[in-house]
Design a protein around this ligand. Structure first.
Ligand code: NAP
Length: 343
């Protein structure tokens, strides 16, 4: 059985849940952080380790430094590569997104190659590596996106975060194909929601919900559609990918696909009038005028607003064995946590 797991990005929103579940299952977790001295970044995980059967080791490594992960990978049975910046508003996409995603994946997988003990790598990709814009579905003549599809419409200028995820995942498959020592299993979550172990994370998931609860969409919700999945389910999928010998290839994770407005209506159905939620969708024309306030440019609006999508999650359920948390429960737990922390 695989016992020592090197985890990158374990300090983040998704990664913290992964580390928690690994510790609870008695794994030795080699957590890589950029700066060991910044203990506040991983104090929540040290606390979890104190009360669990697993062991937490802190190693220093940076996605941008070649060879940085070699020491931590040496002797590890497997690697979970979760770290990658998830930020949507960037000034320099190459520096802030592409380099850490692409060079980081290369550095981590070269560390896997350099350590003969590593037999499996679980990579956190995204549905952003499956498709770029919602309009792609119809443009490609599809009724739904599946694991067969790869995003080929994002670029450094348009949807650079999605571009960073597509480039990184492609790089991972290329490196995987050039060796026979370790197996690669890829997890492609849609928009991740649900409570955080460390609500201070910079993840856009938390920012998105904070914006909704603060009334930012009160004048009207953008007519945008996403897949949504619980952070705890995403972490469980990582463990299933690690432990299931038959697991292979990519796995789209989405409990369902729905609109932002519909999501706010779930909040309303649970919390009533507690938050200033939108009562309607913003007309697309209006979005062209006010979209900049939400960081949405004209090209994004044209290619995404008003275009529903469908994500096929069958493989994650049937082959991985993931049981999805209903979105209503995910949202209730997340809103309760954020509401409490704002008191
Ligand atoms: P997050 O909370 O911002 O976590 C990102 C993690 O990456 C943090 O641990 C961060 O470490 C680490 N990181 C960033 N840049 C780094 C660098 N240069 N060197 C080393 N570590 C670095 O975001 P998240 O939402 O958990 O996302 C985690 C992963 O899931 C990412 O790969 C993201 O693309 C993917 N994903 C997220 C979603 C979603 O909706 N949240 C959906 C699909 C896929 P620090 O603590 O040092 O900053």
């Amino acid at each position: 059985m695989i016992k020592t797991v090197l985890v990158t990005g374990g300090t983040g929103y998704i990664g913290s849940w992964v580390v928690k579940y690994l510790l609870e299952k008695s794994y030795t977790v080699r957590l890589t952080v950029r700066n060991k001295n910044k203990q506040a970044n991983y104090a929540h995980l040290s606390k979890l380790a104190d009360t669990s059967s697993g062991k937490l080791e802190i190693w220093e490594a940076d996605l941008l430094i070649k060879g940085s992960f070699d020491a931590a990978a040496n002797g590890a049975d497997s690697i979970m590569h979760i770290a990658s910046p998830f930020i949507l508003k960037v000034k320099d996409a190459q520096k802030e997104l592409i380099n850490p995603a692409l060079l980081g994946t290369r550095n981590v997988l070269e560390a896997a190659n350099a350590s003969p003990s590593v037999k499996k790598v679980v990579l956190t990709s995204s549905v952003a590596a499956v498709y770029g814009d919602n309009i792609d579905m119809k443009a490609m003549g599809l009724n739904e996106f599946t694991e067969e599809h790869f995003n080929n419409t994002s670029s450094l200028k348009h949807q650079p975060y999605s571009y960073s995820k597509a480039l990184a995942e492609k790089e991972a498959w290329d490196i995987y194909k050039s060796q026979s020592q370790w197996k690669l299993v890829v997890i492609n979550p849609s928009f991740v929601m649900g409570p955080a172990i460390n609500p201070d994370t910079n993840s856009e998931s938390i920012g998105f919900m904070k914006d909704i609860l603060s009334g930012k969409l009160a004048m009207g919700a953008p007519d945008l559609y996403f897949g949504f999945v619980d952070a705890r389910d995403v972490a469980k999928a990582h463990l299933l990918a690690l432990e299931n010998h038959a697991a292979d290839g990519r796995h789209i994770l989405a409990e369902r696909t729905t609109g932002v407005f519909e999501l706010t209506q779930i909040i309303k159905s649970i919390f009533g009038k507690k938050f200033k939620l939108p009562t309607k969708k913003s007309p697309k024309l209006l979005m062209y005028l006010v979209g900049w306030m939400f960081g949405l440019n004209a090209k994004f609006i044209t290619r995404n607003v008003g275009h529903a999508i469908k994500l096929n999650n069958t493989k994650s359920s049937i082959k991985l064995g993931l049981v999805y948390t209903p979105l209503e429960k995910t949202i209730e737990d997340m809103v309760n946590q954020l509401d409490k922390s704002s008191d």
